[in-house]
Design a protein around this ligand. Sequence first.
Ligand code: NAP
Length: 473
Amino acid sequence: MTANCAVIVAKDEGEVRTHAKEAILKGAQALEFRLDSFPVIPADLSFLACGVPSVATLRSPLDDERKEIFLRALASGATYIDIESDSVLRNRFPKESVICSYHDFEKTPAEDEILAIFKDLRSSGIPKAAFMVRGPADLLSVWNAASVLRQAKAPFILIGMGAAGEITRIRAFDLGSMLNYCALRPELASAPGQITLEEAERLGTDPEVTAVIGYPLTHTFSPEIHNAAFKAANIPGRYVKIPSAPEELPLIPEVIKKYRITGMNVTIPHKESVIPLLKRIDPLAESAGAVNTIRNSPAGLEGYNTDILGIAASLASVDMDPKAADVLIIGAGGAAKAAASYLKAAGAKISITNRTHARAETLAAMFGARAVKLEDLAPEYQLILNATPAGMSGFEHCSPVPDTLFTKDTVVMDMIYDPEVTPLLAAAKAAGVHACINGKTMLIEQAAASFTLWTGITPDRAVMRKAFEMRAA
Ligand code: NAP
């Protein structure tokens, strides 16, 4: 059985007792005392006898001093002392009082290697290993190793670190890890990807898990928005990031199955390449040729496109009816396809321009549109819609089209939401266009539609918008 273990860091004896009390009141079933967080280790370690199993951890190169402190910790009531596998102190204490730990802050090895590490650690105490998770392959190594370790019916602790490892903490009960290390408060987190005790208690043993896959996944606001919606709807659920390099995309169905993921959002660059991995594609996604939402249904993985609903809601927010309008789509990727699909169905006259003209031609042919080279663009559009990352945080700070395209009647929509005003929107505003829209409404609306597909519940959009604003601040 897994216990939520609050990690206690403190600067003095008074604080350690206050923090321990707070953790137990919040539901912690075990406490890890980071003795190395004290500037000076207190003479009285009786706080280690705290009413729940306690672990004394002290990372320090001074082994003689450490040995004496560990002896005092055990005498004062610590249930376990945590000793690293490469320490000279490793076999100097009774095995039943030792958690023998191993950390790899760079990678997760393959399943066989993880099992070999555990076999070695078990000779000195309860084995504990924490690995940096980089993506789907590492998540599967952790899962598969835990499945073997569980069969031995002996306690073990296995943790995936980093943002991509967060799901191993949320599914710690499925993995069978003896302890699920949690931060007492967000600012007291002691390891990358660690969730708070409050959050672990809210999630319980069997939360809903949703995720976003893409590569890289640095800019996304989706976790904040979805996690706020879960809380507001009183659903024990958590939305996590799983950065997935293109070569690891085929592993996603197995990750979904093993970690019991309810659904996923799909972002750059997987919206099209994910399609062959799915059992059924919704007609709207089929017509767009792009999927931004996967639902794990009993019949298999289903693909949807909620970006289309986001685009429709964004245009409606400025009363833009695209019927018979001359529209320019900039870009030829998944989001551009969703836009072309929606605008064609809405009766717009579509032109497409793209950095790589051949891709604009292919997309134009799919939707009966016109492909226009960047250098041939003229100010003839009522709606200009950017579906490229040009101008997005982390990308080149530039507009994807010349500033000469705008008239006072043009509506300009940029799918980018970070920054709030992109170079394209700044130029459009300066030219006095009819209306400007950034990607915020699209993001909220596509997220809300995905949330409903996964949970059957209409989320509170005001809460989602507030979470967006807090993240953007
Ligand atoms: P994608 O499939 O990877 O396509 C990217 C497109 O942008 C391609 O046409 C590419 O041109 C073009 N491009 C890439 N870098 C460029 C640059 N520096 N200058 C000019 N063009 C560039 O991506 P996607 O999924 O369609 O997403 C596109 C954009 O829409 C992203 O910024 C994404 O964040 C945004 N988006 C926002 C929302 C929202 O909810 N607000 C939803 C979906 C997408 P090439 O063909 O030449 O490579």
